[in-house]
Ligand binder design. Structure first.
Ligand code: DON
Length: 315
């Protein structure tokens, strides 16, 4: 399933140019502050990394800066859950865009505790509750083991930031409310286990380089092209990536599809992960966010890269 890749020198030149374009826009955004610990991050940080399915790695700027996965974790928790128990998580969740903010409670209440998709908070909390294990500790261990096997690294490459975890656990009242609604409708069995797991998975740390590397299976039909390890089936991978295209960028998913054209997943920590099927993965990191909660610099850089390297899946 490998598709033609541009020459290495052209990829690095395009990345350097995209990095400059993205970095120049960071001043237009603001860091997230509803999780107090995230407000301490320097908004001028900006890094970007590419991993290709044939094993090349490129980076620019702060690509080795460590940040928390936040919503980018949702792609991996979904992968880990479907790898373990198939599609059962979708018995109580649909696959449609929500049209609301990622933290919104409105549709969850109207739709009897059934989240719209796994990439809004409600859907991700439900997904976390399906991770194998009884306790949050066991579930997080499984989640980090999945990251380790996807990346060819070990679990220590993905430590949990205790400070960010604590900060969200102390302030994440709305996420607890989402979980309580799902508990009321018997969609999840235990609120505490679900939210504790979710807060910790969001606080798992990575770098743009390790995020791009970990995601490579998504660009290769569910199998890590470098180790040959199968993480999820091709059909499941298709679904996980398709959901990135429809719900990965929240209410900017339309403009992102037009300007970038790659299935992507953003996070409030400033990551945007993009998948060019059969070719490569890109992880941008710029904590300065635009009005929709997506990294301004990373989105601009991805647009420039996709155009110069002709990566859009809609071409
Ligand atoms: O639940 C939250 O609000 C955060 N832990 C994650 C949200 C997030 O990253 C949304 N992304 N744009």
């Amino acid at each position: 399933m490998t598709r033609t890749l541009p020459a290495a020198a052209e990829i690095q030149a395009a990345l350097d140019e995209a990095w400059r374009i993205g970095r120049d826009r960071c001043g237009d955004g603001r860091v997230a502050d509803y999780i107090p610990e995230l407000a301490r991050v320097d908004p001028s940080l900006f890094g970007i990394a590419i991993h290709t399915v044939d094993g090349q790695c490129f980076s620019a700027g702060d690509a080795d800066y460590r940040f928390t996965l936040q919503s980018a974790s949702k792609v991996f928790s979904l992968s880990a859950v479907v790898a373990d128990s198939g599609e059962t998580v979708f018995e109580h969740m649909s696959v449609e865009p929500s049209g609301d903010a990622f933290f919104s409670i409105v549709k969850l209440e109207e739709e009897k505790g059934q989240p719209r998709n796994p990439y809004i908070n409600a859907g991700a909390i439900l997904t976390s509750s399906h991770l194998p294990g009884e306790t949050a500790d066991q579930k997080i261990r499984h989640f980090r083991t999945f990251l380790a096997s996807a990346s060819g690294m070990d679990r220590d490459a993905f430590p949990v930031s205790e400070a960010v975890y604590r900060s969200e656990a102390d302030t994440g009242h709305r996420n607890r409310a989402l979980a309580e609604i799902m508990r009321h409708h018997k969609v999840i069995p235990d609120v505490e286990v679900a939210v504790e797991t979710y807060f910790r998975q969001c606080a798992v740390t990575c770098t743009a380089e390790s995020l791009a590397r970990t995601s490579l299976y998504l660009a290769n039909g569910g199998k890590d092209p470098l180790t040959g390890k199968r993480l999820i089936t091709p059909a499941t991978n298709h679904g996980v990536v398709a959901l990135m295209a429809t719900s990965g960028m929240y209410d900017e998913v339309g403009s992102h599809a037009i300007e970038v054209g790659l299935p992507s997943k953003s996070s409030v920590s400033g990551a945007v992960l993009a998948v060019a099927p059969g070719r490569l993965t890109i992880a941008g990191f710029g904590p300065a966010l635009g009005p929709m909660g997506n990294s301004i610099g990373a989105m601009k850089a991805l647009g420039a890269l996709a155009e110069r390297l002709e990566l859009s899946v809609y071409r």
